[in-house]
Design a protein around this ligand. Structure first.
Ligand code: UDP
Length: 455
């Protein structure tokens, strides 16, 4: 291993400029990549928005430069339509990003920029300034592949899903095991706006990116990664699982919210594999009715649970109040927190399964901790990830389309105590071992650093 490390490329001098999208699920992998590149000897500057700005004191070896954007409220409000928000962020940040990058170019030798793949405007802007630019995809290779295939899917009538309603359960030929219903969608957003956004993202990757960096690894997505390289005719570096590769501060410290660490002591008081961890990530919101069914289902399951209920995550309010009528026994069996130190929770031996929205970071974190999942995808790429969890890797079960207390209780018991849960646990442990091997070898990172130095 020592010899491998000596042979790994170690860079000198040339700076890499990173530009993360300002949301939790995007900031963490970008900052993890930043630490990884810095540890290989590349000086790193992180250009960032004032909105959801990362905390520079947590990354003393990285340089941080705010771009000082001016954004409309449609770009920053938690109630904003997600597609409108992404479009507004792109148009509002394009000029300030270009100016910040141009100003850096006057002072520094910049090897390349790595921008979040959703920043189609920044991809174009960097390329127009003559800076080689890589797109960091913080979703899975399967999801990115499905975005690249979108125009063909639209021509074939698979999307938008409203048009293809009666074909919901059909397998999509070039994207199996995905069905029509698993394709990326954002309820409530204008379908044309979503399709327009996806084309801009795909077109910018095709036109401007010298490569793609993905938070994934060969053992779980080799065919999907190969398809992306073929489709874009540029290299794809699967440098994940980034939260495990990263040598910097504990990944939890990339967080925008302060975790409630009291839940770790609460877990300490529980036997191995006895607790269900429940979290729907940093963005998803549920209706009050769904929230209540989740609570009643958890109560009815008889299983101890640690539940992240983010303030504001229940539409119609009342996230802080447990549903009326839950009895004392159920309340005392559960612990509710506003934000958890998720990586530590998943690594805790008391945790037996993870009821997740299948955000890509949460999915990878669960796989790497060897924890089986109960999948409740809410929107965007979560349906794609959930399908891979349940049908490609077999590391989890579905909660089901309708969140209903009887079904929830049954599924919770199944994943925690049933044979289905045992099978998923066995498979996820296998994937965890493969992830461990990938982390130990870190070949893709070496390849990425070599490529950056060759640009
Ligand atoms: N997370 C956390 N504590 C919580 C909930 C989430 O630290 O209570 C972290 C989680 O570890 C993951 C990220 O927030 O790294 C959520 O990203 P993901 O891609 O799973 O979902 P998103 O929030 O983007 O929907």
């Amino acid at each position: 291993a020592t010899q491998e490390k000596e042979e790994a490329p170690h860079a000198v001098g040339r700076r890499v400029v990173l530009f993360p999208l300002p949301f939790q699920g995007h900031l963490s992998p970008m900052l993890q990549l930043a630490e990884l590149l810095r540890a290989r000897g590349l000086p790193v500057t992180v250009l960032h928005t004032d909105f959801n700005a990362p905390d520079p004191t947590r990354h003393p070896e990285l340089a941080f430069v705010p771009i000082h954007e001016a954004l409309p409220t449609s770009a920053t409000s938690p109630d904003a339509d997600i597609v409108a928000q992404l479009l507004a962020l792109n148009s509002g940040c394009e000029a300030p990003f270009r100016e910040a990058l141009a100003s850096l170019l006057r002072r520094e030798d910049v090897a390349c920029a790595v921008v979040d793949g959703q920043w189609y405007a920044a991809l174009g802007a960097a390329s127009a300034l003559g800076v080689p630019v890589l797109a960091l995809r913080t979703d899975s290779a399967a999801t990115f592949g499905s975005l690249l295939a979108f125009p063909r899917l639209r021509d074939a009538g698979y999307v938008p899903i409203k048009v293809a309603e009666e074909r919901r359960d059909e397998l999509v030929p070039e994207l199996e095991p995905l069905r029509v219903r698993d394709l990326i969608r954002i309820d409530g957003s204008d379908v044309d706006a979503l399709c327009g956004f996806i084309s801009r993202v795909a077109d910018a990757a095709r036109a401007s990116a010298s490569g793609v960096v993905l938070n994934s690894f060969d053992a779980i997505e080799a065919p999907e990664l190969a398809r992306i390289e073929k489709e874009l005719s540029c290299p794809a570096f699967a440098v994940g699982p980034l939260h495990r590769m990263c040598p910097g501060p504990a990944p939890a410290e990339h967080g925008l919210h302060a975790p409630d660490r009291g839940c770790l002591a609460w877990l300490d008081a529980h036997p191995a594999r006895s607790v269900l961890y429940v979290s729907l990530g940093s963005v998803a919101r549920v209706d009050r009715g769904v929230f209540e069914e989740m609570a009643w289902g958890l109560a009815g399951s008889g299983v101890p649970f640690l539940w992240v209920v983010r303030p504001g995550s229940v539409r119609g309010g009342g996230a802080d109040e447990p549903p009326n009528g839950l009895d004392e026994e159920a309340r005392s069996r559960g612990k509710v927190v506003a934000w958890a130190p998720q990586l530590e929770v998943l690594a805790h031996e008391a945790v037996g399964a993870f009821w997740t929205h299948c955000g890509w970071n949460s999915t990878l974190e669960s796989v790497c901790a060897g924890v089986p999942m109960l999948a409740q995808p809410c929107f965007a790429d979560q349906t794609v990830n959930a399908r891979y969890v349940t049908h490609r890797w077999g590391v989890g079960l579905e909660v089901g389309d309708v969140i209903d207390r009887v079904r929830v209780a049954e599924r919770v018991r199944m994943v925690m105590l049933g044979e289905e849960g045992d099978r998923a646990r066995e498979k996820v442990r296998d994937l965890k071992l493969q992830a461990d091997q990938c982390v130990a070898a870190s070949l893709a990172v070496d390849n990425l650093v070599r490529y950056v130095l060759s640009l």
